[in-house]
Ligand binder design. Structure first.
Ligand code: 7UC
Ligand code: FE
Length: 306
């Protein structure tokens, strides 16, 4: 069966991909999928229920170099490249970490080299709605009033994992101060431009999130970060802001997204005791994270001379 990519209609995100198998995929198929990820931001591979962990890792490799998560508690027991979110146990040990990513973020936003592409599979679907909310931060930037765009362009943003670092099983009875020091040492805050230039599409991305962005550097007022988050829809607790789209998972789907251009927020099962498990692999794609990374190199064509 030939691989078919059907772009989403009516300005929605997410192309549907049918006819794909890791065993049958050609180099041309992968090139087309990569192109679709950057063009459509999200692609949804259908009918992948039989994919093995080895094949899942191989799939990921076609989107760049796989970066295993820096905290081992999240690793798949046999495949450290796979990040496991689950409330299950295996051999008396927790399998991955439960209820991850329940806040607006891009994966690894707090890393010196943030991730390019996320490949995500909901392996065990709980009853009810399980999905991921997404915001296209290229569109969110485009929709800003010109004055806010200019303010954002001349600032940088500091991102940190500290608010969402998860206590590991071995941390019980450790002094909190030690743990905080360790977190700051292993994952110190990372600074990136507030407006990142996408190396593949050339688009400007408003690269801030409610969960990981701690503060802006070089802003003329303290309220700028809040205003940017608000305008993008990330402060809307009802999730009805027009920038927010929800993808709910059907059995067998693998969702691949452009992790530079999107922020996301997990929608977990309403019943926390229902068994649930997801796998993901994440990559850096070989393009620079930001095509225009130096603050000094900014301003060309923006009319700002700060
Ligand atoms: O447990 C979690 O919510 C994981 C989060 C702190 N980091 C995911 C990531 O890729 O940045
Ligand atoms: Fe995430």
């Amino acid at each position: 069966m030939a691989v078919e990519i059907t772009p989403a209609q009516n300005g929605n995100m997410g192309s549907a991909v049918t006819g794909f198998t890791v065993a049958g995929a050609t180099a041309e198929d992968y090139a087309a999928l990569r192109q679709a990820v950057y063009r459509d931001r999200i692609i949804v591979l259908k009918d992948q229920q039989d994919i093995t962990p080895e094949e899942f890792v191989e799939l990921g490799r076609h989107f760049g170099t796989i970066v295993p998560y820096y905290e081992e508690t999240y690793h798949h027991p046999d495949h450290p490249e796979i990040f496991v979110s689950s409330n299950l146990s295996a051999d008396g040990r927790p399998l991955g970490v439960p209820r991850t990513g329940r806040f607006w973020h891009a994966d690894y936003m707090f890393a010196q080299e943030p991730l390019s592409v996320t490949v995500f599979a909901q392996k065990i679907l709980p009853p009810g709605r399980r999905g991921t909310y997404f915001i296209d931060m290229v569109k969110a930037f485009r929709d800003l009033p010109e004055s806010l765009k200019q303010e954002a362009r001349v600032t940088r943003a500091s991102h940190s994992v500290r608010r969402f670092f998860k206590i590991r099983p071995g941390d019980v009875f450790r002094p909190l101060g030690d743990l905080i020091r360790e977190v700051e040492k292993i994952s110190p805050p990372a600074v990136h431009n507030t407006v990142v230039t996408h190396p593949v599409t050339g688009e400007e991305i408003l690269y801030v999130s409610e969960g990981f962005t701690d503060h802006l550097i070089g802003a003329e007022r303290d309220s700028l970060l809040r205003d940017l988050l608000e305008a993008s829809g990330q402060l809307d607790e009802t999730f009805t802001d027009p920038h927010i789209v929800l993808h709910t998972y059907e059995p067998g789907e693998i969702v691949i997204w452009d992790n530079r251009a999107l922020v996301h927020c997990a929608l977990h099962a309403t019943d926390p005791s229902a068994p649930v498990m997801s796998h993901r692999v994440t990559t850096v794609d070989g393009h620079p994270f930001d095509a225009n990374p130096t603050p000094a190199g900014r301003g060309a064509g923006t009319g700002s001379a700060k």
